[in-house]
Write a protein that binds this ligand. Structure first.
Ligand code: CO
Length: 429
């Protein structure tokens, strides 16, 4: 593969992540990408127009989950659905609703942990604050997206002179008392109001999170690696979108990309992978194309889902943390994730199918199994598989430092993943 090809794809991924500090921004950025390619936004509260094979449509629920699809030339009862699933959220620090004023000079912003970030990686970083804010509206409250890309808050380390054991014991923070972010003497609500162009008293509620202000970058002697926040799992979201948007003649199957919020906190929300979002959209597609309820069930039985999420790349300094026979290299293609206890949804049949997809598309792939004496993480795959009964395989690009504020991986892997997903959606196997 020509060098500039993979660089272009990784560059576009980093641009997507830089523009998407939060799940709401990720969906907003995806919405712009889809609309730019002619996809029609469908409102869940309305009836939908007749669906045209090959045309693009997308649905958004609560601003942070999105399902995009292109109907196939056959009704789903005969053509089935080919689905790629991923998640839009990443672990981190989320602002509490009340701002504690310690003194006249230093305001601290209390935070809760969202999911399982590597907390120590937030220390001494230049942190921005972004998310969504609800303000008084004419009828219902209005939502405003807020993106503060500049360094606004900070979690300074404690000097080593006051924490002598830090290099032996590791950097630890008490979640309640030691994690509040240092802001300044300014009034936080006034800053928010200024940014949003509203009055401070109009601000009703917010969901804001701290994020690294350092943009994603290439690194290494040949610039063969990338580093960025939120590679888990915006790397998979972006690859899925690229795979859907790359022009292709419509096949018999309906191609679907489902991007869910809340994977990092268990998915049991109104727009997480456990929600009715994907079943609701799939059923409406089937009914809209002339299938009845029984036809919809036939469609599910004919379908397949690829659950794409980041995987753990082999770290040579910590070789003992891996099963050496199933260690993943970066820049060597997507991993197929396998777990006997089905923390990954992959089964023999879906593994074989995804291998064939990769082989026919000329994309390298690897197989991952967690060490038998370490607990295995999970993904949205087992949930959507259980909920819909759709055959599922778990795959993903290997990265280092999963859940760090700055993860890293291979610059070739974004294009490998998006091409493999494109081949899958194209019905190549
Ligand atoms: Co993930």
């Amino acid at each position: 593969m020509h060098a500039s090809l993979f660089t272009d794809s990784a560059r576009r991924l980093l641009d997507f992540i830089n523009a998407s500090p939060t799940p709401w921004h990720a969906v907003s950025t995806a919405n712009q990408m889809l609309r730019g390619q002619g996809s029609l936004y469908l409102d869940e509260r309305e009836s939908w127009p007749d669906l045209t094979p090959g045309c693009g449509y997308h649905v958004i629920r609560d601003g942070s989950s999105l399902v995009a699809f292109r109907p196939g030339t056959e009704a789903p009862s005969r053509g089935g659905f080919l689905i790629v699933g991923a998640h839009t959220d990443s672990p981190g620090l989320r602002l509490k609703p009340r701002i504690a004023q310690d003194s006249t000079t230093l305001v601290r912003l209390g935070v809760e942990l969202y999911g399982s970030p590597i907390v120590a990686t937030y220390a001494d970083r230049d942190l921005g604050l972004s998310g969504r804010v609800f303000v008084v509206g004419d009828a219902e409250p209005e939502v405003r997206l807020l993106h503060c890309p500049e360094s606004l808050v900070r979690l300074p380390n404690l000097a080593i002179h006051l924490n002598r054991g830090v290099n032996e014991d590791g950097l630890k923070f008490n979640r309640q008392t030691e994690l509040p972010l240092l802001f300044s003497g300014a009034i936080f609500i006034e800053l928010l109001a200024h940014r949003l162009g509203c009055q401070p008293e109009d601000i009703l509620s917010w969901e804001l999170m701290a994020h690294d202000t350092q943009p994603g970058t290439f690194w290494g002697a040949g610039q063969e690696f990338i580093a960025s926040g939120r590679l888990d799992n915006l790397g998979s979201c972006y690859a899925a979108l690229e795979a859907l948007l790359e022009p292709a003649a419509p096949g018999s199957a309906t191609r679907v990309v489902a991007l869910f919020d809340h994977e990092e906190i268990g998915s049991e929300t109104r727009n997480g992978a456990m929600s009715s979002l994907l079943p609701d959209v799939l059923e409406r597609i089937a009914l809209g194309q002339g299938d009845d309820r029984s036809g919809y069930k036939q469609a599910l039985a004919r379908s397949m889902l690829v659950s794409a999420d980041a995987a753990h790349a082999w770290h040579p300094n910590f070789g003992g943390s891996y099963d050496a026979d199933h260690a993943l290299k970066v820049n060597a293609g997507p991993a197929i994730k396998i777990n006997a206890n089905r923390r990954y949804a992959s089964d023999g049949h879906t593994v074989a199918r995804f291998m064939q997809v990769c082989e026919r598309a000329g994309i390298p792939y690897q197989k991952f199994v967690q060490r038998s004496d370490l607990g295995c993480g999970s993904t949205i795959g087992p949930m959507t598989a259980a909920k819909l009964g759709i055959a599922t395989v778990d795959v993903g690009s290997p990265i280092w430092a999963m859940h760090s504020i700055r993860e890293s991986g291979g610059a070739l892997d974004p294009v490998y993943l998006s091409r493999a997903l494109h081949a899958f959606l194209g019905g190549i196997a």
